[in-house]
Design a protein around this ligand. Structure first.
Ligand code: UDP
Ligand code: MN
Length: 398
């Protein structure tokens, strides 16, 4: 009896130790992968997503030659592509001409100091931020995104908003293990300097689809990319998280650009109150108006704050936790922010310049056709696009 009990105890202890080790290893992996980020060269083709049929593949391959591929990978993320200096009208014209010439295989040099050395002619003519010079802070606009039917239209709409903003560097961080050719084809259209990263959510966080830390792995990757690529001595910069489905008034960029440490402002269409915002009295934050306080020190939406890049270097291990609902709060706490340091923006938090809009998701339709060969005119080619973009399925009965 005693012997059996001891045997049982040993087994239980062994299992407990194994469980603790596994959990520790899982957390260590996430932490280590975030903190380290050694990048090793890797061929771009091994990370590119395969187009879904031969015709599309031909089309994609010739187009993909136009895309500068600087694929680097760490345990956590792949840098699919980095593009800088595309802001002058001359650059834009040159680039669109290149896109039209399908046989052009020129690749664009990758600037290792991405985001640091913008020239005056890097300003957009249409920018609404006024005549701003090089001493003006750069905005790193981090967009987590993930593969779904609506991904390309969401990024198209967002890119066309960001086109109007000067000195903005777009980090598109995709929740997937590989790089999407469709997105690599799309991003140059906006003439915005950008980096496209692929960083999938670790599978341990996907167990409960209703409680997934959405956009965390990719935001963490983007933060690490900034830590590796931004030279704090060269340029001042502000970091903002802009989801792919949100809506941004151009005045928002004027507001956040002057962030010294941490700025906050209202976000419309959040929660049960219709808005989430700090409450301001005499220029200081005196509380928060948010329908889900949840004992958070900073009950704010992801789109409701901006930080100065210096904080990332002051707190080199601070990152966003995989904790649903507490991503903002724990991230801001890890950056050592005090309530009295918050800089209120948007007319003392009385204007809504960003909206937490959400796109309705509909199931993917399947189109049945008798035979692809007998489809009239342009239809077969159009339906190939539908398949390739994943917006619908096409099945030939014969
Ligand atoms: N997102 C992601 N992976 C996912 C789900 C979402 O990267 O599995 C991104 C998404 O593209 C968006 C952000 O994370 O930019 C927030 O996700 P979502 O819009 O679904 O959340 P909600 O607005 O409903 O809070
Ligand atoms: Mn959203």
């Amino acid at each position: 009896m005693h012997v059996r009990k001891t045997w049982k105890t040993t087994v239980v202890m062994f299992l407990a130790v194994a469980a603790v080790t596994t959990v520790t290893a899982a957390f260590y992996f996430n932490y280590a992968a975030t903190a380290c980020c050694t990048v090793a060269p890797l061929s771009s083709s091994s990370l590119l997503q395969e187009p879904s049929n031969a015709a599309a593949a031909d089309n994609e391959l010739s187009r993909s030659k136009l895309v500068s591929s600087a694929v680097r990978i760490s345990k956590l993320y792949a840098v699919c592509e980095t593009r800088d200096h595309l802001r002058s009208p001359a650059d834009r014209d040159r680039f669109s001409r290149r896109r039209r010439q399908a046989d052009d295989s020129t690749s664009v040099n990758v600037d290792k100091n991405a985001g640091n050395n913008y020239s005056k002619n890097g300003e957009s003519e249409t920018a609404r931020d006024g005549d701003i010079g090089n001493d003006t802070a750069l905005i790193y606009f981090i967009t987590p995104t993930y593969p779904r039917r609506e991904q390309i239209p969401e990024l198209t709409r967002l890119g066309q908003t960001l086109m109007h903003v000067s000195r903005l560097y777009w980090i598109v961080a995709d929740d997937r293990p590989d790089c999407s050719l469709q997105i690599m084809n799309l991003l140059p259209d906006f003439s915005i300097p950008y980096t496209y990263i692929a960083s999938p959510m670790p599978s341990i966080y996907k167990r409960d689809p209703d409680a997934m830390p959405r956009g965390v792995s990719n935001r963490r990757a983007a933060l690490n990319w900034i830590r590796l690529n931004h030279n704090i001595n060269d340029s001042n910069a502000v970091i903002y998280f802009g989801d792919d489905d949100n809506t941004f008034h151009l005045d928002l960029f004027k507001e956040i650009r002057t962030t010294k440490k941490i700025s906050m402002f209202p976000v419309g269409l959040v929660g049960e109150y219709g808005v989430s915002s700090p409450i301001i009295d005499k220029g200081k934050v005196v509380g928060f108006f948010d329908s889900w306080p949840a004992k958070r020190k900073f009950p704010v939406d992801m789109a409701g704050f901006a930080i100065n890049v210096q904080l990332l270097f002051k707190y080199p291990y601070a990152t966003m936790p995989y904790k649903v609902g507490f991503e903002e709060d724990r991230f801001l706490s890890a950056l050592g922010i005090r309530l009295d340091e918050i800089e209120p923006k948007a007319e003392n938090c009385t204007r809504i310049l960003v909206w937490h809009t959400q796109t309705a998701k509909k199931p993917k339709p399947i189109v049945m056709v008798r035979s692809k060969a007998t489809l009239p005119g342009s239809l077969a080619t159009l339906l190939d696009q539908v398949t390739m973009l994943g917006i619908g399925g096409v099945y030939a009965v014969i």
